[in-house]
Design a protein around this ligand. Sequence first.
Ligand code: PGA
Length: 242
Amino acid sequence: MNLLKFDSTEKLNEAGAGIITGLIQTNRRAVLGLATGGTPVGIYGEVVASYRRGLVSFKEVTTFNLDEYVGLPEEHPESYHSYMEQHLLRHIDLPREQAHIPNGNAADLQEECRRYDALLDKAGQIDLQLLGLGHNGHIGFNEPDHALISGAHVVTLREETRQANARFFPSLADVPTQAITMGVGTILKAKMILLVVRGADKAEIVHRALTGPITTDCPASLLQTHPHLVVLLDNEAGRLFP
Ligand code: PGA
């Protein structure tokens, strides 16, 4: 594990974006696993800035998002389809058919999960998987449980996850109760994982995930088993690391 701490969000965002654009500069056909949420917004901003400076092109890149809410229309401002448009896709030259996000409105959600896993299989290995971390240790929407699922699946969101995401919605009642998420098996198969964690409220969970027991009660603890894990923390989230 390679853990880096930053004394400003700007430096963390630049470092995260630098890792992503550096990969594409050396492999223009890179397959990226992408995350949503508050954490990566600034990283995407820096990636877009690099694109605008002509430093990187996404024409041959393929992306797979980790998750999407079930039942939220794609055009809803808080859908992860909208998020990706707003923060990345509309600003860069990535052909839309190469950007994959689970369809949380599919008539048959099980079939959609199979379709998503088949697409991932066809693309080969994800070169870089970007991850945030939930306060309960979730990665993607793989919530703490007695067992974890390897492939894409429908998940019922934990109450704490809905509460954490309520800040993006008019009220808690508006936060969807289910999502489709990439499974932990798929996440762990990525060649490299870039875990980004910010804020004092995540200091304990990131420390537990990376130094505590490997357990399905904390899905992110499985990242300890990954051979190429890079962790970017701000000083607040990294408080418990020397
Ligand atoms: P956040 O979410 O970036 O909005 O804190 C992270 C997560 O839940 O994975």
